[in-house]
Design a protein around this ligand. Structure first.
Ligand code: SIN
Length: 478
């Protein structure tokens, strides 16, 4: 089966006629051949986005709200279809896939609300000789480059605020998981037709050539913003490329989250939090807990409970009812995790459970617990992106905070303590854009998602998530 890309609301093959293959990571079977877009396709998408920008921005805020709400309902009506696509192309469990449809659709509903609450301000000049009006305007055509780990939600988190603000957008889904966005393109075409939305307002360009796509689109001054979720390395390249035309950028990049368990932590809460912070999405989230720092007085109890939980995981295809841990997205990702674990074990670490690469088919990696990992090991410095928990101990809160912050990343951090003073210190001193205290699930459409340091800048979601799609015009009048 060949899946075409969406140039505006037109579902067309790549101009070159080329396609690429999408695999099911649980079975390694071919799911689809997908249009492999190239220069002619993405430059046409930019022509369309540019032409649609003015008419789309002229839609009333209430109309933009209604369109986003229709998109929300249309996605929810096709919940099982979207969930099935994500199990098949990404390897999620059915439970995680359903949760992602809820999460992804919720961004459409959240930003429908923001569309009718765009910020602005009026003031009198202190000198008494004039007035100041500050008005929000859409920044213009945007490019969204989205990752494979949340094929729906990471895109709607960008598309929804762009539409709410009155911007047009070209979306480039990850080549590993393009099918969810192509199905979303169909929903968009139906909803846009009902509301007479200009045809080029949203395009979905599938391609294996991300490098040239971003380079050529960003070389064109008609493109005004780039929003990216993915690796720090690619983010750095995009920021460099943005200098030429001074495009705005929002960068949601890698993480290396610490997970601190203090001496007075409630262990049931800790384990519940860990199951989300570590194991959601088969361990493949940017905010996944990477480094478990446990007070030495609680480490035995912690290890025992974690090993017990990890050994209860059943790996398999996400559509099987018994599956609680799916595969990693592809062989490259599985090999990356295996390499980090093998290196650590080779240097003296102990695998309390897991720690081996199973025979295929499928890119599976078992839930793994490592201890005695040497300080400075790659697995402590790099994002693991897999179901591997690395445990070490600490003696004092000062030491825990210092080690937690000892990373170039600053996306998420987690900590567990029942003491109010300790919690206050952790809230203030953990260096991350998002801190979960006594809680492992921090993702929330109403909260600003984003990081500091090498984890990027800009916030997505929350009231703040629309800011980067708006520029402020100051109008001075008598
Ligand atoms: C991510 O992994 O980049 C996003 C996770 C989330 O939004 O919860």
């Amino acid at each position: 089966m060949i899946e075409n890309l969406w140039l505006g609301t037109k579902n067309v093959p790549a101009e070159s006629g080329k396609t690429f293959t999408v695999l099911n990571p649980a079975t390694e079977e071919v799911l689809a051949e997908v249009a492999d877009g190239a220069s002619a396709d993405w430059m046409k998408a930019l022509d369309l986005a540019h032409a649609a920008q003015k008419p789309w921005a002229a839609f009333a805020p209430q109309a933009r709200h209604d369109i986003l709400m229709d998109l929300f309902h249309a996605v929810m009506e096709r919940k099982d279809e979207f969930a099935t696509l994500m199990v098949n192309e990404m390897g999620k469990t059915w439970k995680d896939a359903l949760a992602e449809v809820d999460y992804g659709a919720a961004y459409l509903r959240w930003f429908a609300g923001e569309a009718i609450r765009l910020p602005g301000r009026y003031a009198a000049s202190p000198a008494g000789n004039g007035t100041i009006t500050v008005r929000p305007h859409p920044v213009g055509p945007c490019l969204a480059i989205t990752p494979w780990n949340f094929p729906l939600a990471m895109a709607t988190r960008k598309i929804a605020p762009a539409l709410a603000a009155g911007c047009t957008m070209i979306v480039k889904p990850a080549a590993a998981t393009p099918l969810t966005m192509l199905a979303f393109g169909e929903v968009v075409a139906e909803v846009f037709a009902r509301h007479d939305v200009p045809h080029g307002t949203l395009s979905f360009i599938t391609s294996t050539d991300s490098k040239n796509l971003s380079k050529e689109l960003m070389d064109d001054p008609r493109l005004r913003k780039v929003t990216f979720t993915g690796s720090t390395k690619v983010g750095q390249t995009l920021v460099e490329q943005s200098a030429k035309n001074l495009q705005r950028t929002t960068m949601e990049l890698g993480g290396n989250a610490p997970f601190i368990v203090c001496a007075d932590a409630d262990m049931d809460r800790v384990i519940k939090g860990l199951m989300v912070a570590k194991m959601r999405n088969n361990g493949q989230t940017c905010i996944a807990a990477n480094r478990f720092l446990v007070h030495s007085s609680r480490v035995e109890e912690f290890q025992e409970k974690v090993v017990d939980k990890f050994q209860s995981y059943v790996t398999g295809y996400g559509m099987d009812e018994t599956t609680t841990l799916g595969p990693l997205v592809n062989a490259e990702q599985r090999d990356h995790v295996a390499k980090l674990v093998d290196q650590a074990i080779g240097a003296g670490a102990t695998a309390l459970t897991g720690g081996f690469t199973p025979q295929g088919p499928g890119f599976f990696y078992p839930a793994t617990v490592l201890t005695d990992v040497k300080p400075g090991a790659d697995i402590l410095k790099e994002e693991i992106f897999g179901p591997v928990a690395v445990i070490s101990t600490f003696e004092s809160l000062d030491e825990a905070i210092e080690r937690a912050n000892d990373t170039k990343f600053g996306l998420a951090a987690y900590a567990f303590s029942e003491n109010a003073h300790t919690v206050a210190r952790l809230a203030n001193e953990l260096q991350a854009g998002m801190v979960g205290l006594n809680r492992g699930g921090i993702s929330d459409v109403a909260a600003p998602f984003g990081g500091i340091k090498a984890s990027g800048f800009g916030r997505e979601g929350g009231a703040e998530g629309i800011d980067h799609y708006l520029e402020l015009h100051y109008v001075a009048q008598p």
